[in-house]
Design a protein around this ligand. Structure first.
Ligand code: CO
Length: 134
């Protein structure tokens, strides 16, 4: 069911410092920061030849990544995103296999303007998984 790896998201405290590390040390192509207030994050997209990295930093009160950064102040891998062809069909199949979908189960528009859902990390080896319809 799952397709390509769409991106790996890394939570960071300092977006500018993390961007500089990817741009200047790793030599990656790094976007300007993009605020996503509806998701409570500032995002920087890093384009790799075969996938993307997203650096995410808290934006505003009650950011969904604030707790993660409290536990991991150095930052860390926050979630990985797999592509699916039909997000509702994928959701129904996942639920029928016992996987828990976070939130109300209805896809929301993600950072790339496509519908996304998140799956409970306890059902996937401690990894928060995002699925994105492409
Ligand atoms: Co993501």
């Amino acid at each position: 069911m799952i397709g390509r790896l769409n991106h790996v998201a890394i939570a960071v405290q300092d977006l500018a410092a993390a961007s500089a590390k990817y741009r200047d040390t790793l030599g990656a192509e790094v976007s300007a920061p993009l605020p996503l207030p509806e998701h409570g994050v500032m995002t920087v997209f890093i384009t790799l030849p075969n996938s993307k990295i997203e650096l995410i930093a808290p934006l505003g009160e009650n950011s969904p990544i604030a707790k993660f950064l409290e536990r991991s102040p150095e930052g860390g891998v926050h979630h990985i995103c797999y592509e699916v062809e039909n997000i509702r069909a994928a959701r129904d199949q996942l639920k029928s296999k016992g996987a828990r979908v976070l939130g109300d189960g209805e896809p929301k528009i993600g950072a790339h303007g496509k519908p996304v859902l998140f799956l409970h990390p306890k059902d996937f080896n401690g990894t928060l998984i995002e699925i994105e319809e492409v």
